[in-house]
Design a binder for this molecule. Structure first.
Ligand code: SF4
Length: 278
């Protein structure tokens, strides 16, 4: 995506309250917080406390870049997440320093390892759920998820003593920053063809847009994060639809907005926010 620490979008307290109030009216069992770095929202902890107070058994997920846990100003964040039993899904593009630093920047691998050790010491990877996310560093599809997970587990345990629960393999969609990379390297057409050639109809019933809705930082509603990036929002007359104007009972059986980027979710074993689909 085009996320990064210099982005200015911040969900306000008013929007947080309106989102949580809507959530309270619904039976949706999971709230999945992503960014950028969702922890940078000033009301991040307030958000989680409110959601957990509503119904402690509800599943709350933090999509964490790991390095934020070590940044000044975020002291106690890992402990806060553990205390509220927040599930962590962390980006870790590889188990080697070379590949992680190439994709995320110099020094990110060492910081990620340090953060994973902190999480393990709090019970993540054993008593609390900790999952890692792999996405290819280049214009190719991810390898088989189970095999890669076994590699990650072996390497991270043997070299760093780190444990985690599951690895999710996620295909790069040809939008935003990755589309610019493909375009610059004259690979956009070939990558689109690769996705189309690998279309797998068995993935369609498990697409994340079929059981998830995506809510932007201003409360606008989308079918998924990718559609959010492409500004393909649900409409309310001539304007965007905000979550608080949506009747929770009407979320099911809606029509999903699709485009060529959707081939990224249906290629090979498929790709969703929980990794491979089939
Ligand atoms: S990109 Fe398309 S197929 Fe993938 S989750 Fe979004 S709407 Fe569904």
């Amino acid at each position: 995506m085009n996320a990064g620490p210099k982005r200015k979008e911040i969900m306000t307290r008013e929007t947080v309250d309106r989102v949580v109030d809507w959530f309270a009216r619904s039976e949706i069992p999971t709230i999945d917080l992503t960014g950028g770095a969702p922890e940078m929202i000033p009301d991040f902890r307030y958000f989680i406390e409110r959601v957990k107070t509503l119904r402690p058994s509800r599943r709350v997920i933090d999509r964490c870049n790991l390095t934020i846990l070590l940044e000044p100003g975020y002291e106690g964040l890992a402990q806060f997440l553990a205390r509220h039993k927040v599930e962590i899904i962390a980006s870790m593009p590889c188990y080697t320093a070379e590949n992680v630093n190439a994709q995320r920047g110099q020094g990110v691998f060492d910081s990620s390892i340090k953060a994973l050790r902190v999480l393990n010491s709090l019970g993540y990877g054993s008593d609390l759920p900790l999952h890692l996310v792999y996405n290819p560093v280049g214009a190719f599809l991810p390898g088989p998820q189970a095999e890669l997970e076994a590699d990650y587990k072996r390497e991270l345990k043997n070299h760093f003593g780190i444990v985690f629960n599951n690895l999710y393999t996620i295909t790069n969609l040809p939008i935003a920053r990755f589309a610019s990379y493909l375009h610059r390297n004259n690979k956009l057409e070939d990558y689109m063809q690769l996705l189309i050639d690998n279309f797998n109809p068995a993935t369609v019933s498990g697409l994340m847009c079929r059981n998830t809705i995506s809510v932007g930082w201003t409360g606008e509603v989308f079918d998924c994060d990718f559609n959010q990036m492409l500004k393909m929002n649900w409409r309310n007359g001539n304007g965007p639809l905000h979550l608080w104007d949506l009747d929770p009972a009407t979320v099911e059986n809606r029509e999903i907005l699709t485009g060529n980027h959707c081939f990224g979710c249906t290629a090979g074993t498929g790709s969703s926010c929980a990794g491979a689909i089939v």
